[in-house]
Design a protein around this ligand. Structure first.
Ligand SMILES: *Cc1c(COP(=O)(O)O)cnc(C)c1O
Length: 396
């Protein structure tokens, strides 16, 4: 058996491979420098171009850019009218922002458990958590696979709830033939560098509802409007009114230009992600103690993350030991995510271990492998080699 790098052996890779990173080429650089030489650095023609293209791509009627995905979620909670005393159901197997946005508007996040097969929010657990105070659901399309929207939409209709879809992982994904971005009342995308397309920092909400669209526009610009029909007075051509306590959550034109340039490459980015995923699936489906990610019928994931689950009872090592051994092989593994309700801030608010048993169990045994379009086939092969090396060493 080959000596593991953690025991002083030769690592499978000579240099470190991160779990995700951006793809920036000369066209992207030119798009950005063109804006720098133009009249508008913020809120100019590139913002509307980016919004128009994302709306067209996702099949949504409206799209609104934000300074980042978290700001976009905050705005969506505001637009949905979530306020003090309202409950919003989300998953714990996500980044903290999916729940934090509810707290920003004074609401209370309620954590439903995941479906242990797909790791997405469980519709059964959502229904168990619905009360008279429930106002909205924030499903997360975990790793890029859309959640169970037929079931979630049926619940939303039955109980009169708004769906705010956290699709930070799922740009370009489809659910039963429909593009993510046109399935829910509002859908959030993130353009952080590890996501499918980047603007450095950036976010977007897509919606088909005019009333949400108008509130989103207000919220990202201090709650200020210049729209004639929304003004209560008119002092002259300079006049505007602040109607709500909004924020400065605007994206710059510099970022939007990068976004437009990145969207041109999105189909090829997703194609590469899918190709690497099929290499991983093929390599790992027969590896003992490794469980590959299950896909439900009707979902077409755009694959932000590739998460394997370890059957640690079949190994002589813990997840932590496997993780550290892979790091030493120069494979940038990660863990997505620490269940949100287990963070100290949430614990101090009264959320406890045991709230979401399936999410907690997954957390104990999951590892994210590197996946991004700028990696090469030979990078993918080195990850496969590294996982096989470490897992076979520790196999009982
Ligand atoms: C990235 C991400 C966000 C937040 O997006 P930012 O643009 O980083 O603010 C929210 N939810 C999930 C699931 C994410 O992965």
């Amino acid at each position: 058996m080959e000596k593991l790098a953690i025991h002083g052996g030769k690592p499978v890779r000579s240099h470190y491979l991160p779990y995700g990173r951006q793809w920036i080429d000369d066209e992207d650089v030119k798009a950005v420098t063109d804006v720098l030489k133009s009249d508008f650095l913020t809120t100019g023609p590139m913002i509307s171009a980016f919004e128009k293209e994302l709306a067209a791509y996702t099949g949504a009627q409206y799209a609104v850019t934000f300074s980042n995905g978290t700001a976009a979620l905050h705005a969506a909670c505001f637009a949905a009218g979530i306020a003090e005393g309202d409950e919003v159901i989300t998953t714990s197997m996500t980044f903290a922002a999916s729940a934090n946005c509810v707290l920003y508007v004074g609401g209370q996040p309620v954590f439903a458990d995941i479906d242990p097969a797909t790791y997405n929010i469980s519709p059964g657990s959502i229904e168990k958590n619905i009360t008279k105070r429930t106002k909205a659901i924030i499903p997360v399309d975990f790793t890029g696979q859309p959640a169970a929207y037929d079931e979630i939409t049926a619940l939303a209709n039955k109980y009169g709830l708004t769906i705010i879809e956290d699709a930070a992982h799922a740009l370009g994904a489809k659910y039963k033939g429909k593009m993510v971005g046109s399935l829910s009342d509002m859908t959030m995308f993130s353009f952080h560098p590890v996501k499918h397309a980047t603007t450095g920092e950036g976010g977007m909400i897509t919606t088909n509802h005019r009333q949400y669209y108008e509130k989103l526009i207000l919220f990202r610009n201090h709650g200020i409007t210049r729209q004639q029909e929304q003004l209560t007075e008119n002092h002259g051509p300079w006049y505007y009114e602040m109607k709500h306590l909004g924020f400065n959550y605007r994206m710059t034109d510099i970022q939007a230009a990068l976004g437009v340039s990145q969207l041109k490459k999105l189909p090829s980015f997703i194609g590469l992600r899918k190709k690497y995923v099929s290499m991983y699936n093929k390599a790992f489906e027969k590896v003992e103690s490794v469980i590959i990610p299950e896909q439900s019928k009707g979902t077409d994931s755009s694959w932000h993350l590739y998460v394997i689950k370890l059957q640690t009872d079949r190994l002589r090592a813990s997840r932590r030991e496997v993780f550290e051994a892979l790091q030493k092989e120069n494979i940038g593994v990660n863990v997505h995510y620490i269940p949100v309700h287990l963070h100290p801030y949430y614990k101090q608010k009264g959320y406890n271990k045991g709230l979401c048993p399936y999410a907690e169990e997954l957390y104990e045994s999951m590892i994210t492998l590197p996946l991004f379009p700028a990696m090469t086939e030979s990078d993918v092969k080195s990850v496969i080699k590294g996982v096989n090396k470490v897992v076979s060493y520790y196999l009982r």
